[in-house]
Design a binder for this molecule. Structure first.
Ligand SMILES: Nc1ncnc2c1ncn2[C@@H]1O[C@H](COP(=O)(O)OP(=O)(O)OP(=O)(O)O)[C@@H](O)[C@H]1O
Ligand SMILES: [Mg+2]
Length: 233
């Protein structure tokens, strides 16, 4: 479904991604693991069109999307939930969800909003509340709900568990699995390697802009290197 081959991404002189190659097959959950500053968010931003690679190729459903505008890429079915769960603070929960569907022209939008409410009952309770006043966990639910409203084929999630209480982390990961079971392919960036590898099929480890290790989630969980660096020994 997605094939990234040898991309280089720069911020001015900073060489943030160095020849990165990854692949995501339809139906998978694939996770990217790495320390702060490794380049995980940079990779997701490049996939969603917020950054342009200098070299290399990005094939999505057998078409090149490298360097295309974000508005073009979202229409092909890639939806990005950025780090820090940015919601429109001065809009209500429901307005944020409606906005998520702005790329769609079909008549199922209201029905899909109801589906999001079924997935996240908390959002239904808070549907008239201004999003800026939601708790962190609720904002993460809203950010994910808004991304789902675009009906993505490929969902890019950047650290959905960041800053959440353990119980909320568990809920968010259950929902990630549900979204995947309902047919959405997922590329998941996480520092919580333990949770990420428990839901993912495969993973890539990124260190200072390079992919240094890849394998099945099972193999990565068993690897001594991963255990000591990312799973707390
Ligand atoms: N706008 C920017 N301008 C300059 N450098 C940047 C910019 N954004 C990111 N970088 C640098 O690029 C590198 C990769 O950053 P990135 O945000 O992709 O890391 P990350 O793996 O997502 O880290 P974290 O886990 O902390 O979110 C870092 O060294 C960072 O300082
Ligand atoms: Mg990041």
């Amino acid at each position: 479904m997605l094939k990234v081959d040898g991309i280089d991404v720069f911020y001015g002189n900073i060489h943030a991604l160095k020849g990165v190659s990854i692949e995501v097959l339809e139906g998978e959950i694939v996770t990217l693991i790495g320390a702060n500053g490794a380049g995980k968010s940079t990779l997701l931003k490049t996939l969603s069109g917020l950054l342009k690679p200098k070299n290399g190729s990005i094939q999505y459903e057998n078409k090149s999307i490298a360097g295309k505008a974000a508005q073009t890429i979202v229409k092909t079915g890639i939806s990005h939930v950025p780090e820090g769960r940015r919601v429109f603070a001065n809009m209500t929960v429901e307005e944020n969800l409606e906005l998520g569907a702005y790329v769609r022209k079909d008549k199922q939008i209201q029905k899909d909003i109801q589906k999001v409410y079924e997935t996240f009952p908390r959002l239904h309770e808070r549907r008239k509340q201004l999003s800026g006043t939601l708790s962190g966990g609720e904002q993460q639910m809203l950010a994910m709900g808004r991304a789902i409203m675009a009906k993505p084929k490929l969902l890019l999630l950047d650290e959905p568990s960041m800053g959440l209480a353990p119980i909320m982390v568990k809920t968010i990961f259950e929902i990630i699995e549900d979204i995947n079971k309902n047919g959405t392919t997922i590329l998941l960036v996480e520092q919580n390697a333990h949770m990420a590898l428990s839901v993912a099929k495969r993973g890539y480890v990124i260190e200072t802009g390079r992919v240094v290790l890849t394998g099945s989630a099972k193999d990565l969980q068993a690897s001594e290197e991963i255990k000591s660096a990312y799973l707390g020994g």
